[in-house]
Design a protein around this ligand. Sequence first.
Ligand code: ADP
Ligand code: MG
Length: 702
Amino acid sequence: MSVSNIPEIFGCMVFNDSAMKERLPEETYKALRKTIDDGRSLDSALADVIATAMKDWAIEKGATHFTHWFQPMTGMTAEKHDSFISPTKDGGVIMEFSGKELIKGEPDASSFPSGGLRATFEARGYTAWDPTSYAFIKDDTLCIPTAFCSFGGEALDKKTPLLRSMEAINKQATRMLHLFGTDVKRVTPNLGAEQEYFLVDKSLYDQRRDLVFTGRTLFGARPPKGQELDDHYFGTIKDRVKLFMRDLDEELWRLGVVAKTEHNEAAPSQHELAPVFTTANIATDQNQLMMETMKKVAARHDLACLLHEKPFMGVSGSGKHNNWGLNTDTGVNLLKPGKSPKDNIQFLVFLTAVIKAVDDHQDLLRISVATAGNDHRLGAAEAPPAIVSIFLGDELYEILEAVENDALYNERDRVDFESGVNILPHFKKDTTDRNRTSPFAFTGNKFEFRMPGSADSVAEPNIAINTAVSDALCCMSDSIEAKMASGKDFENAVLEMLRETIKAHKRIIFNGNNYAQQWIDEAEKRGLLNLSSTPEAIKLLNSEKNVALFEKFGVFSNAEINSRLEIMYENYRKTMKIEGYTMLDMVKRDIMPCALEYTRILSETVMAKRAVIPECPCNAEIKMIKKLSEATDSMSECCDELLCELVETGKLESKAEKAMYYRKNVFPAMQKLRASADMIEPLLPSEVLTYPTYSKLLFSLN
Ligand code: ADP
Ligand code: MG
């Protein structure tokens, strides 16, 4: 592909705004645009016209099928393909696609996780077009982004609550802006999701059942070299990887994903791809597409793309930095310090809203990234700890302190509030002072939430952030209105509200090193939550506070929350169970037979040598035999222990108990078994070992 042709291929497989403009009658285009911009539901009279135009466009691009593309609670995407063909009376076919087919689908919902919702409500589910995310063509199929709900209207997917949370924050942010007299119609949360991943040679990957079944290595001794030389981060990209990245870029560009920044990450064979930000909804869809495309393109290059949070012990795992911002329909970034004092106060209000949101709802942010895979990263000094805090940088922190102590504002300045005199120092847009250890960092004009795991859907963290910030903005608007009702002028009401909010929530701000033990101790003193594992975190999901919050902002009903909690417990349990049994399988079929085989070879060597030289001491062999013999005995015991613990989980009743048992008992048994097996691996010669070691997996791409 020549570079000059990028603008031509970019978005060529997307029924985007320009395709709509070109293909739709002007009136239809205008009406659809209005539907999208104002977040209204689509007039069904328009649907037939749009469907026909979409179909014609898709067929010209080679599509033969269409599908409603949705995001069930598996965290992956789902699609069921239907062809456009429809029989005619004369025995032929025509290509058809109706407005009804565009707007609504009825996939069989029964095989997707519903967390008990199906038992209580209708068994069937339906998918509904989300016109705010463009349709696209993938594998000769027109994919229509849809929400997936039960017939009772309960969300069975990740998109529905995300859209609801976007609506909630739109409402609360416009309400706040209207108090300021700022003329806006819509506020949209934006998202740029930086995706980390590993690439390994496909033929090596296929030889590891742990990678194939669980996405991560469950065994593996440390290679002589890891990431200690820091020679991979931003290093020269190897040819094979470069070819993969080119191919990936091209696929993504066709799909309208602005894949932009690529570099090597900290660990060997680890890389990152960051697209340019867009609305939280589109960015979430695109991140799913990106993960799927990475796997597909990798296979074409005889590579396997690992999206697991911790594929290899001893080197960094992978995350997905969630860059979150708020923009108005008038093009204002609400998290960007403004030029005039009024803008700056408005900026401080939104900044403080995020601070309050993160403090009030630390639990929800932590829960939104809680998975078995991510438990390996958080707090392992390679990713933020499980404690949620905010990094602001010293300059902003001082400004907030000044507001809190009323130091910047004397009477004269208050009078000047509207007149344009700078009462706040000019904010420098500071993007250099980065604190890479912070879970939630202000980076000049947006917040970067660094806790999400690489395999997660970004819908979850954004549902949490949007809802939490909606709540904070709502409380803050309420407070301003109450103060004004009791006679305060607007400026004083805002400043007083800010003072109170900063005072109440500044404990969540931490500009220091989040990896240090001192912070863990300090955070405890400050009363911050430290939810170190998934089962401990998710049990808070259906607390009274959280149910009230989600219901108030129309994001989740009580039944939906409980169904989600059930699905999270199940996901955790199943992941741990598969990992546990895969370990036992690998020990029995790989590690133990290899170790015994080598012991046999050594023993026979001793006997053979002694047949020649009866007094031969054979110290090296005997030492190895003893070592191996002890190690295999110990590994065998560890296997028994792990199996016992796995069986034990079957006796527990509740999903919460089971999940906790996996964490408290099964997980340590897995770690113990791994330690014993990892002692054996380096003792074995490569030709005896039946699977590739870390050295091969991590350093083979040239
Ligand atoms: P990093 O140094 O962490 O890679 P960048 O400044 O390159 O940071 O941005 C990372 C991501 O943040 C990109 O996806 C970018 O598009 C996104 N981003 C930038 N501005 C915003 C914003 N206002 N809202 C949301 N995301 C943003
Ligand atoms: Mg980043």
